[in-house]
Ligand binder design. Sequence first.
Ligand code: 8YV
Length: 309
Amino acid sequence: MPRPLVVVTRKIQDEGLDLLRESCEVVVEPPDLKAAVAEAVGLLVASHTKVDVPLLDAAPRLKVVANFGVGVDHVDVEACSARGIWVSNTAGSLTETVAELGWALILAATRRIAEGDRVVRGGRWTGVGPFFFLGSELWGKTLGIVGAGRIGQAVGRRAPAFGMRAIYWKRGEPLDALLRESDVVVLTVGLNAETRHLIGERELGRMKPTSYLVNIARGPVVDEAALGRALLEKRLAGAGLDVFEDEPRVHPDVLRQENVVLTPHIGSATLETRRRMARMSAENCLAGVSGRVPPLAVNAASVAARTSR
Ligand code: 8YV
């Protein structure tokens, strides 16, 4: 029997590739993904490549789409379920690492770390003074966490260490109270139809002009043009952003603000986490390839319902 074919969209850590290679033929970073999936039984998505109907149509033997990461908003999960294809993620692999980046952005935005670095390196630093480079203290303030899932809770667990009170927003609850009360708002929700532009003009208007917005979720959760305007008009004190609406492009109004700290979607980018993500995505992929429900399938119930029809 020929070994089953697994296509991996971007090279991943050896912890994952070696595991796949034990029992499968593995094609990594094929130049033409559509052509490469023609015989594939497993697809490991290690990029934000769209897994849509045209790609699924080109992959008639596919049993599993194993995502290297937690958010599966780039995968048409419904179309996969309709075809009996499992979709899995790596939930739990990156919680603490993403929470750490959240805090890095909170601290960088409120203490103007990136801006200060630019001043020092640019030779524009002339000395200290009572009014020089004032930031905002976190101690005694309120941290509003939008999304009370794994990552949201991991961000919140660190709040007492900074003397902050954490409050949470969950799906279905009104958001205004949290926005009005918080000194820092951190977004940790997954992207779906309900959370797209969850933070727009109206919501930004509910936030205190002294408050900060941090996004470690998905770019489209925020209306980036509205955020750019709010920052330009000083209706917010600053922002820390790891994700953007149209990556790798950043809205020009956001880019030109000194009080915004920008990172290039590196929430899960630590050595330890990426190794876990590689291993977990490979394990999910191998389960699906061999006809077993992947341990972290996000559509197990829908696939089961379809096959039992
Ligand atoms: C990316 C992420 O998947 O887990 C997520 O939702 O956004 C990241 O971990 C990763 O960067 C893809 O290479």
